[in-house]
Design a protein around this ligand. Structure first.
Ligand code: RIB
Ligand code: CA
Length: 312
């Protein structure tokens, strides 16, 4: 059993990722922490609470985090996720309330309580994770590590940018936060666009049709979340669900170990995850990240259908 905190900016694929996390016995979700990214913090908070109520989840605190990146101006992705952040899905206004603690307070408290039983699972910009490190640097020695959705590492033909030519949205949103996290020394498994935009790892038109005719409560939510994206992009990327799936079962992915830094100055290259490929002997010692380069797509998509769509 892996104890996790999911740091999220829900977001269509975040919603699918939460559905996966809460139907996976391999994970104990200790808390959700919210961050501005796909949508404003206010919407991220509401959507997180709405989703927990839809899933009938009790006793999992939702702690609000950063309403903006550390330095950069906030810029949301509502053109992809819709003005509510949940695509075409309509969920009742939440009756649950946010936790009294901030995201940073909750992350630090859970790190002190659980130590290396805790894995941090950020699927949005890394602002809260970086802020927790700055607030209490001992977090980096306490927790087991991170599984992140983020980065475009150019290690497969699909590892190109989705926000500019070279950067993935979560890293692009707050590159300074990513640089703090990447240089923290914490073990990091990075699930980036190299694998999440690979055609075999996406929600295809055919899968969508199969889901759309099921008519169950969960299937209707999945279809309403994804319908607009499937129509516009002939399918939908499952970025955040693949990160959660990697935390659930690391055997689903193959990784390669590299030293990675983040571009924070470049105009054209803001947020680029820069992989050190030069064959120099120090590379091994200074490598700071295990980057996903291949996925067992069949097993991943079966896990998605079973646990997200069918809830089994
Ligand atoms: O680039 C994809 C990532 O950015 C996903 O986490 C998506 O939800 C958005 O946050
Ligand atoms: Ca996200």
């Amino acid at each position: 059993m892996k104890h996790v905190i999911i740091d999220t900016d829900p977001g269509v694929d975040d919603a699918l990722a939460l559905m996966l996390a809460f139907s996976s016995p391999e994970l104990k979700v200790e808390a959700l922490t919210t961050v501005a990214g796909n949508v404003s913090l206010e919407l991220a908070n509401r959507n997180a609470l709405k989703l927990l109520e839809f899933l009938g989840v009790d006793g999992v605190p939702v702690a609000p985090g950063a309403s903006r990146p550390i330095l950069r101006e906030p810029l949301d992705a509502t053109e992809f996720h819709g003005k509510t952040g949940l695509g075409g899905a309509v969920l009742p206004e939440p009756t649950m309330h946010l936790d009294h603690r901030s995201a940073v307070q909750l992350i630090v408290e859970k790190a002190e309580e659980l130590g290396d039983r805790l894995t941090l699972l950020p699927i949005g910009p890394l602002t809260n994770i970086a802020s927790a490190i700055l607030a209490n640097p001992r977090v980096t020695e306490m927790v087991a590590g991170l599984v992140i959705m983020g980065g475009a590492f150019n290690l497969t033909p699909y590892g190109i940018g989705n926000t500019n030519a070279v950067a993935e949205f979560n890293i692009w949103c707050d590159p300074e936060a990513a640089r703090i996290v990447f240089s923290s020394g914490m073990p990091i498994i990075a699930v980036g666009l190299d694998v999440t935009t690979h055609p075999e790892n996406r929600l295809s038109q055919e899968m969508f049709q199969e889901i759309d005719v099921l008519g169950t409560r969960r299937a209707r939510l999945v279809a309403d979340l994804c319908r607009n994206l499937v129509r516009r992009y002939n399918g939908s990327n499952l970025h955040d669900p693949l990160a959660v799936a990697t935390a659930v079962d690391p055997s689903l992915v193959e990784t390669k170990r590299y030293k990675v830094n983040v571009e924070t100055v470049g105009d054209l290259t803001r947020g680029m995850t820069v992989v050190e490929r030069r064959r120099r002997k120090w590379r091994k010692e200074e490598a700071n990240m295990d980057i996903c380069v291949k996925v067992d797509s069949g097993r991943f998509l079966k896990l998605f259908m079973d646990r997200v769509v069918h809830g089994r």
